[in-house]
Design a protein around this ligand. Sequence first.
Ligand code: GLY
Length: 368
Amino acid sequence: MTAGPRDVARHVVWGEIGVRRFPVCIGPGETARIGELWIDRGAGDAALVVFDGAVKPHADAVADRLRDVGVRVVPVAVAPGEPSKSLAELERICRVAARAGIRRTDVVVAVGGGVVGDLAGFVAASYQRGIRLVHVPTTLLAMVDSAVGGKTGVDLPEAKNYVGAIWQPEFVVMDTELLSTLPARELSCGFAEVVKYGLLDSVELFTRVERWPDPLPGDPGALVGLIRDCVAHKLNVVAQDERELGLRASLNLGHTVGHGIEAAAGYGRYHHGEAISLGLLAALRISHEVGGASLDWRERTLAVLERHALPTRLDPDVAVEDILGAMGRDKKATAASFNMVLIDEPGTVLLRQNPPHEVVVAAIEELR
Ligand code: GLY
């Protein structure tokens, strides 16, 4: 029998990053506990609640729970979509905060997906030289990836994520009930990152991901466990290499080609998770050609991506040269080279600088 949402146990994963120690609370209905956590963590008198306009009811619920414990709430809506990750929006939100009297002891609360998490996170990192931050991710992608690890920032017209900071939160609230109203396409996009964590973590996690029943979000208890395991993997890696000098780059599995596809196709055509779906397949082909990984991993990954309505074929009008050009401009590429994350099998990761050009081209061509 499947557990009802309220029967499901919550999980708390602790981030321990440098001197910072903070809880990531995962479970259905977690939003209702935000006031309790706020008091436990000694958070401030006022909250600047930066939220995606598309999830206003979730932001209102967060604001109500904060008001219940006496917090002054200053809400700021952000338009949905990547264009909001701009220096202009950063300035606008900081000026709202300044006019509302938000002080160094107050807290930014980010309610939304990756865009709001990155933008509001950078407001927290830079306003008055840095104030505290709470993440309330509302998408699967933000829960398993972007709300964890401390990356914040905005885009420049020249390139994505070019201005930002690493800024860890006070706590993170992941209310898995919010996923029941997330559009199917957004759930699938988040699932591409879940598949990535399966490949990075272990054969056990990969197999659990592979067997995940359609449709998402699926059994509430299993979902909490799945998110917990992705978060635990990421926090463990970030604890060892917060500033991405080595190991953290492994979290970019599928992202080198994926970012190239996103940029070459024109931002918006493929959502991030969709480009990562294609990028994972290219990385697994290159893992076979360069490192001898079994092609079974690619076939099994392709099957699970397909089952969750993620693209496994690249639109023919996206040119390989444009993808390669965009890969060279990615900020993860150094001037002379780019790094690729490869696997031998799930849980065994290799970082490879400059894999042979013809192998990379063939792996992208295969996606057609
Ligand atoms: N999304 C990869 C990272 O946070 O490092």
